[in-house]
Design a protein around this ligand. Structure first.
Ligand SMILES: *Cc1c(COP(=O)(O)O)cnc(C)c1O
Length: 422
């Protein structure tokens, strides 16, 4: 009797195992396409040879040393914003150079040598190049607004942007290490690098002090980490002394465009004022390089928590496999994907703008297919400063409160009864 029972148990177990094996095979097949395509989407780690070549070419043209390359002040002082330098670096035809020059007169451009080397490694008109080097399409764009977010009407105090109940932005500079061609704040860039004067920052701090519901202050720009260590030290210490400011955040693209900025001295400043959250903007796996990793490692050692705000950009990352690889590479360097922003119709950036379905499709192909940690929130910024609005694929196809119909990540339609007290 007991022997028979035992046999039945064994048979049942192996039947369960067979079903699980079958399911595992099916699950593996869900990412067949991605696994095949992955090799076509190199990260910055996989283009090191080309990067090193480009770097040496740049050092030659700029007559500089390896030590200077690692000095962020040198990187800033030698930002490329002149077509004659580009013509020494690469064989571009005259028409292309002329286009860069012409657009550059209307919209400022400047690229750190580091990011230019990466752009060269990723190829002319590749995903890094297109973020950095002016394109004729910028001046052909007659649509779009200068300020679609209506930021001009959401500034209750100097240098402050407030669109939410408990948090706000202090805008500290218009300077960047690289002027993104897709910049949403191009109207602020102008031709001159301007850090906000101390008096303006004092007024912004006073607003924070007087409004006790502000528990989260985001220092951004421009690029907040282009302030000097001393200025940052002062600003962070001021915020640290305001009892109701629970967290401080910094917006910067330097881990991507100028990782040399992350120095031991800067980290010593950041370490003094926890908790600090830094959000950066990696848009493509090519930007995840050994230098970027080192910068992130240093920030993490200083106790900073890192997140990423990618911008959805046509022909750069509006592809589920590219976004998946990007988010995987980010998790490897301990940067948590936070947002994917839908690019707004800012004048001069129309060639980067995609349909909302591209974003929804990306979200659809992340959730379930990969770690929840690799799934950011897709955001459309509502016009007139009415705020970030999350956009999701539809996972509830019917909702009757006590019974709903779910649509799972694999598109299975499943009724679900909620056992709640009515
Ligand atoms: C984006 C933004 C914030 C921060 O928003 P989170 O969703 O909390 O990251 C705060 N203030 C303004 C004005 C913003 O645009």
């Amino acid at each position: 009797m007991s022997v028979n029972l035992r046999q039945e148990e064994v048979q049942l177990e192996s039947k369960k195992r067979l079903i699980a094996l079958q399911r595992a095979k099916e699950l593996r097949s869900r990412i067949d396409g991605y696994l095949k395509n992955k090799a076509n989407i190199p990260s910055g780690f996989e283009v090191q040879e080309a990067y090193q070549q480009a770097k040496h070419k740049l050092l030659q043209v700029l007559q500089a040393t390896e030590d200077q390359w690692h000095d962020w002040h040198w990187q800033m002082a030698n930002r490329i914003s002149d077509v004659t330098v580009i013509s020494q670096l690469l064989n571009l035809d005259a028409a292309e150079l002329q286009a860069v020059q012409r657009v550059g007169r209307q919209y400022r451009w400047a690229v750190s040598p580091y990011y230019m080397a990466l752009a060269m490694a990723g190829g002319i008109n590749g995903p890094v190049w297109r973020q950095a080097v002016p394109s004729i399409e910028e001046v052909q764009d007659r649509s779009g607004l200068e300020d679609p977010m209506g930021e001009e009407f959401t500034s209750p105090a100097p240098a402050v942007t407030r669109r939410y109940p408990d948090r706000l932005i202090i805008n500290v500079t218009n300077q960047c290490a690289m002027y993104c061609r897709h910049c949403q704040r191009r109207r602020n860039i102008g031709e001159l690098d301007l850090h906000k004067p101390r008096k303006i920052l004092e007024a912004a701090l006073q607003y924070v002090r007087e409004n006790k519901e502000i528990r989260d202050v985001l220092i951004t720009g421009g690029d907040a980490l282009l302030l000097s260590d001393k200025q940052l030290d002062w600003l962070l210490s001021q915020l640290d002394q305001i009892p109701h400011v629970e967290i401080k955040r910094i917006g910067t693209r330097t881990p991507v465009t100028l990782p040399q900025r992350i120095t031991p001295e800067l980290c010593a400043v950041l370490e003094k004022y926890p908790p600090i959250y830094i959000n950066t903007q990696f848009n493509h796996p090519l930007e995840v390089t050994p230098e970027a990793k080192k910068a992130c490692d240093m920030l993490i050692k200083a106790g900073v928590v890192l997140g990423n705000q990618a911008v959805l950009l046509k022909d750069i990352n509006n592809d589920p496999d590219v976004m998946k690889r990007l988010n995987h590479k980010l998790l490897q360097i301990r940067v948590r994907p936070y947002y994917i922003f839908h690019a707004k119709a800012v004048k001069g950036t129309r060639h980067f703008i995609t349909g909302v379905n591209d974003g929804i499709n990306i979200m659809e192909q992340l959730r379930g297919y990969t770690s929840g940690l690799a799934v950011p929130t897709y955001i459309i910024n509502a016009p007139n400063g009415y705020g970030k609005t999350p956009v999701l694929p539809q996972y509830i196809v019917e909702n009757h409160n006590t019974h709903v119909t779910l649509r799972t990540w694999e598109k299975r339609i499943i009724p679900y009864n909620v056992k709640c007290k009515q």
